[in-house]
Ligand binder design. Structure first.
Ligand SMILES: NC(=O)c1ccc[n+]([C@@H]2O[C@H](COP(=O)([O-])OP(=O)(O)OC[C@H]3O[C@@H](n4cnc5c(N)ncnc54)[C@H](O)[C@@H]3O)[C@@H](O)[C@H]2O)c1
Length: 216
């Protein structure tokens, strides 16, 4: 089965890197939608909490995490090696503003190095962290290609900016996504990822919008 079919049939395994305000709700929504999800985080506390069925994020209830962990649909680890088994990898690490009020992309690059060490052909990697235009292509892609794999030939890469508004009664990970995800019906994982494939015929790299029209 190819990647698109795996996503459409909920057969794809999803890896979410960074289980914070963005990553944990996303992991939960993807698991509730039917995907097998593993979260990767450098924080042992975050990993232990998820595996114990607890949520450390206000927008996610303990019972939701516990039910998914019990059902074997969601687990967490500090070990990037699990990414080898993932078909879709979503990066949700922090990008705090630096002293020049620019996003610090060092966490993205660290995640990229972790992915590169365990990549295999056929995977889709989606950058979800907020960052400046060009990051996917100019900064993350070269790190991923240290794996020896080539975008468009061996793996897919896209940028899917997060739109979540933590604490909002109206908007959440399921309904707050841009048109791409909402159109496809599945927030966070499959839905958002299907559209770029269709548009490009699987060309592999889905460039961010131009510098002058991307909002941070
Ligand atoms: N929180 C929001 O309201 C919001 C809204 C839109 C966009 N965003 C963006 O989404 C991204 C994630 O934000 P957040 O609020 O979820 O951050 P967060 O600080 O809540 O969570 C980030 C998680 O990533 C983990 N992490 C850090 N480095 C890692 C690494 N190398 N490998 C694996 N895990 C790592 C941290 O331990 C933490 O658990 C940021 O770019 C942020 O700007 C956030």
């Amino acid at each position: 089965m190819n990647l698109l079919a795996e996503i459409e049939c909920y057969q794809a395994q999803v890896g979410v890197i960074g289980l914070g305000y963005v990553g944990l709700p996303l992991a939960v929504v993807a698991a509730q939608a039917g995907y097998q999800v593993v979260g990767i985080d450098v924080s042992a506390r975050a990993v232990e909490a998820v595996n114990a069925g607890r949520s450390h994020i206000g927008d996610v209830r303990d019972e939701e995490v516990a039910a998914l962990v019990r059902a074997g649909r969601l687990r967490a680890t500090e070990d990037y090696a699990v990414l080898r088994d993932c078909d879709v990898i979503i990066i949700c690490v922090p990008t705090p503003l630096d002293r020049n009020r620019q996003p610090d992309i060092s966490y993205i690059l660290a995640a990229g190095r972790g992915i590169a060490a365990h990549m295999r052909p056929g995977q889709l990697i989606s950058l979800e962290s907020t960052t400046y235009p060009g990051t996917t292509e100019e900064d993350l892609l070269p790190v991923l290609e240290t794996s020896g794999l080539r975008v468009g030939q061996d793996f897919f890469l896209c940028f899917s900016p997060e739109r979540v508004d933590p604490g909002s009664k109206k908007w959440n990970t399921r309904n707050a996504q841009g048109g791409r995800r909402a159109d496809a019906g599945l927030p966070g994982s499959g839905g958002g990822l299907l559209q770029p494939h269709r548009r490009t015929g699987g060309a592999g790299l889905f460039p961010q919008r131009r510098r002058n029209d991307q909002d941070l």
